[in-house]
Design a protein around this ligand. Sequence first.
Ligand SMILES: O=c1[nH]cnc2c1ncn2[C@@H]1O[C@H](CO)[C@@H](O)[C@H]1O
Ligand SMILES: [Zn+2]
Length: 435
Amino acid sequence: MNEIFTARGSVLIAGVTIDGSTVDIALDETGTIAAIGKDARKTIDADIVIDGSDRIAVPGLVNTHTHAAMSLLRGYADDMILQDWLSQKIWPLEAHLTGDDVYAGTRLACLEMIKSGTVAFNDMYFFMDRAAAAVDEMGMRATFAYGFIDLGMEEKREAEIKATETLIAHIKSLNNPRIQAAVGPHSVYTVSPEALSWCGDFAKEQNIGIHVHLSETEKEVVDCVAQFGKRPAVLLDEYGCLTPRTVAAHCCWLDEAECRLLGERGVTASHNPASNMKLAVNRAMPYHWLKQYGANIALGTDGCSSNNNLDLMEEMKFAALLQKFAWNSPTLLPANEALTMATAAGARALGTGPGTLTVGAPADIVLLDTRAVCNTPLFHADSNAVYACNGSAVMTVLCQGRILMHEREVPGEEEIVREAGDAALSLADRAEESS
Ligand SMILES: O=c1[nH]cnc2c1ncn2[C@@H]1O[C@H](CO)[C@@H](O)[C@H]1O
Ligand SMILES: [Zn+2]
């Protein structure tokens, strides 16, 4: 293993390109950006020096909606409609999940995210204490929500409340600034109004965020209106689930008034274009309305069984293309806005800092290869990052100043891949035996 992974102290990224100019980035021992500029190297006596020549520095990417351990379900069931896919394939398999599976799957997901430039993610799943252990080891940041699903059953609601309380107490006890908790009501079609109300109250009481699926399909909206006489975003708002720390995933079928509501409440809309296209939800998130009304608009991959990878570099391109195509506007969602969604907007959503390369910001930094084919020629770095490159252009990744990948090497990669592959096969076997 390269000794750069075990070294500790201040870091100098020497002679790296930011916005077309060559600068140094100096990081202090706490993993904060201490100086950026032509002579930043003079401000510290660096313990670790990273050669920044042939590299562009961008802020670390933030994935605002995923189910990390679903990496184990990659390719398990494709090409189905959402309700069938969940009820016939995904949920029966998930019934056999163990904490060890989630640990192995989350490590695989972290590896994949690190290799494509992601430093932080918003996770909703089960056995989240084990997911948190995986993230702690891998050195990333994450916010964990237990996926609360009561299906209107009182007994189940009690169990889900317990599971949520237990997870949040556990995450708080870790006292790890990289690891946060959120309340995770799955959606308006899987969580009863009583439970939504509890989730809103509990998030407020605990002073934490909310992570929810919102208006993914037309059926969700139609059923919600039929059952409750109001649209999903209005229902969530009534139960206190729309806050400045709420991340609402998908938001495909929001109407204009709901977009205004999200803007007024300061909610983050997490756009997941690859998942939406794959599951053919048949409407793209109304980016223009959400932008007009001031919602925070970020980016997510969704889980690996509806994407089927966690490459946020690719997702930026999907977002820019889907928006243009769906709303018939080639000027909608330009490259620089896609990058902002994947960085600053994501960081704001999860509270992980400004998501920019600025003095005082956490040193969450990604170095892209300027010599890669996708960066040749290099007329506009943002354009290449969004439209030409994918995660394979990412060479080095730092999170809070710690080097998670260098020259595409991540410590322990082989073992992580082997263990996750074994866990996935064994999970599928167990599900097969019981069916
Ligand atoms: O696109 C999706 N829409 C709705 N539910 C999903 C999607 N992807 C994954 N899950 C499901 O959400 C729960 C997370 O706690 C899991 O059951 C997962 O399979
Ligand atoms: Zn999801």
